[in-house]
Design a protein. Structure first.
Length: 394
């Protein structure tokens, strides 16, 4: 069904790097969500009203909020697809995150409202009504929510959309809460004990948790978060694949919405190659990055020693020592200022964000001390930098 809908309603569905194609995926997800959730609301509200069940009605209004969320998502996706203009030179992609944040507030409001109602049901419980047809309809709604979750997850993975992944998680939570509602009705039928209010609290808590999760997922890219290790490897491999580039470091990615990124990176070039020749390579990489990866890449050129064995040996020793001292730490921009009685080794050291100044100083002193066993004239001049990579080595 998912493939049929994608092929039927999305033109050029394989070209997910295009903003227009991503927008089409978002529109399809929103329209399907609106249709399914409105149908579920009408059916569940009728069942809840007939049974006198607060948990069923809570579940119904949760579906209505999901439909409203899909409408907001639809508006957000359409606005996010607008091209860049004079006031917004990097486009409008972050509108999608803002829309998802609004959705999270709606979900939280629904959860809080029905938490209050469920507490009231515990204080003053009411008799439930049982009808097999109603339970069957609720079971069918579980199937619909499971499909919606799988549908959004598949689309979200295809276009790397955290908003769709959050929607998939929300649908999965709805499936769990509806299942819990069915259990409460069947439990009352079998035992005569009304646990509807307690189940309603459970439903409300799941809804609240889903709202918090969506808010967290959308706030992270708005506030700014480290680059994922996979994306770091993808971009650095791309840059280092060009002849004339011997390494790279200091990659920073700024997100302006799904599929819209600006990045900067330091590319290491041989110091014995002409500036104009290296600059031509850098320009080509920047042009190809926009064309092949959709990333506006700004590259800083760092000349690096590639032939002086004295410098290369000192660098290798520093790397070997760090691999023993702390594999999470890396170095770059290694230079040597040679003298008769003192040799300065000048380089940057990249450490994880959680390392405090005491840990940093300890690493610097230990590395400098151990390097002296290679040559007692070595003196380290180290600049500490923080890693911008999430859950990975610097």
């Amino acid at each position: 069904m998912t493939e049929f809908l994608v092929r039927r309603f999305i033109k050029d569905y394989e070209e997910v790097e295009k903003v227009s194609v991503r927008t089409a995926y978002g529109v399809l997800s929103s329209v399907v969500g609106i249709f399914c959730n409105v149908i579920l609301f009408v059916v569940k509200w009728g069942i809840g009203f007939f049974l006198g069940s607060i948990s069923v009605m809570a579940d119904a209004f949760n579906n209505l909020s999901d439909a409203g969320s899909s409408i907001i998502g639809l508006v957000g996706v359409k606005m996010a697809g607008k091209p860049a203009d004079e006031d917004h030179p990097f486009g409008h992609g972050r509108v999608e995150y803002i829309a998802a944040l609004v959705v999270s507030f709606l979900v939280l409001q629904v959860g809080l409202t029905f938490f209050k109602d469920a507490v009231g049901k515990i204080r003053e419980p009411e008799d439930l009504k049982f009808q097999a047809a109603s339970v069957i309809i609720l079971i069918l709604s579980v199937g619909v929510k499971l499909w919606l979750s799988l549908f959004n997850r598949r689309l979200g993975r295809k276009i790397d959309s955290k908003v769709m992944m959050a929607t998939a998680t929300d649908a999965l939570g709805d499936m769990v809460t509806t299942s819990a509602t069915i259990v409460s009705i069947l439990f009352w039928r079998a035992t005569g004990i009304n646990i509807d209010g307690f189940v309603g609290i459970g439903v409300a808590l799941v809804v609240l948790w889903a709202g918090i999760g969506i808010a967290k997922d959308t706030l992270e890219p708005l506030i700014g978060k480290p680059i994922e290790p996979e994306e770091y490897e993808r971009i650095t491999r791309f840059v280092e694949s060009y002849e004339g580039i011997v390494g790279s470091h200091d990659l920073i990615v700024h997100n302006y919405g799904p599929g819209r990124s600006m990045a900067s990176i330091h590319a290491e070039v041989p110091n014995d190659v002409g500036i104009e020749e290296s600059h031509e390579v850098i320009d080509r990489i920047e042009r190809d990055a926009i064309k092949n990866m959709g990333i506006f890449l700004v590259i800083h050129m760092d000349p690096t020693e590639t032939k002086d064995e004295h410098v290369l040996h000192a660098r290798r020793r520093a790397v070997e020592i760090l691999e023993v001292l702390d594999p999470k730490v890396t170095i770059h921009d290694f230079r040597m200022v040679d003298g008769e009685k003192r040799i300065n080794l000048i380089f940057d050291m990249v450490v994880p964000f959680e390392y405090d100044k005491e840990r940093q100083e300890e690493l610097k002193k230990s590395l400098g001390k151990l390097l002296k066993f290679t040559d007692e004239r070595y003196e380290c001049v180290i600049t500490i930098e923080r890693s911008y990579i999430g859950n990975a080595k610097g």
